[in-house]
Design a protein around this ligand. Structure first.
Ligand SMILES: [Zn+2]
Length: 157
């Protein structure tokens, strides 16, 4: 029994394939329990100012590393970079042993697409969302910036 569990643990929990949301996405190959590290993000750790410029230019593979640094986590260094945005995600990026891991935040069914909330802020280039969730926010904008956006819109219109 113990041996079986160990073998299962060694199996890759994700696979890369075409996503109904956009481009390539990551999908669960097995049911995954909440709080499981699934795949590590890899890439260049850069000063946050450099990350901010990349985001302004439309990059969507820049993730927060620590208070002063971002990570340029494009998929050429780790397939973790393929993870798509969802407004009601099943994963988040968590720190583990000094690295950043795509980690489940609720139980995930086999075959489900792995999604995180990109949570772009108003100063960044954010895109329309096609995550397909019935309560999709329509934009990849972090929740706390919506009141600001509504205020801006009311001034423009
Ligand atoms: Zn959405």
């Amino acid at each position: 029994m113990r041996k079986e569990i160990k073998l299962q643990r060694r199996k890759q929990l994700w696979e890369k394939r075409r996503s109904p949301i956009t481009g390539i996405g990551l999908f669960a190959t097995l049911p995954i329990r909440a709080g499981t590290p699934i795949i590590e993000f890899k890439g260049r750790v850069i000063p946050w100012e450099e990350g901010a410029i990349m985001l302004l230019r439309g990059a969507n593979h820049v993730i927060k590393f620590d208070a002063n640094h971002d990570m340029d986590a494009r998929p050429q260094w780790s397939p973790a970079g393929y993870v798509n945005h969802g407004c009601y995600p099943n994963c988040a990026i968590k720190k583990k042993r000094g690295g950043l891991w795509l980690t489940s935040i609720r139980p995930i069914e086999q075959g489900e697409e792995l999604l995180i909330d990109y949570a772009f802020d108003l100063g960044e280039e954010f895109e329309p969302c096609r995550c397909g969730h019935p309560r999709c926010r329509g934009l990849m904008l972090r929740k706390k910036d919506w009141p600001k956006l509504r205020k801006l819109m009311s001034k423009v219109l």
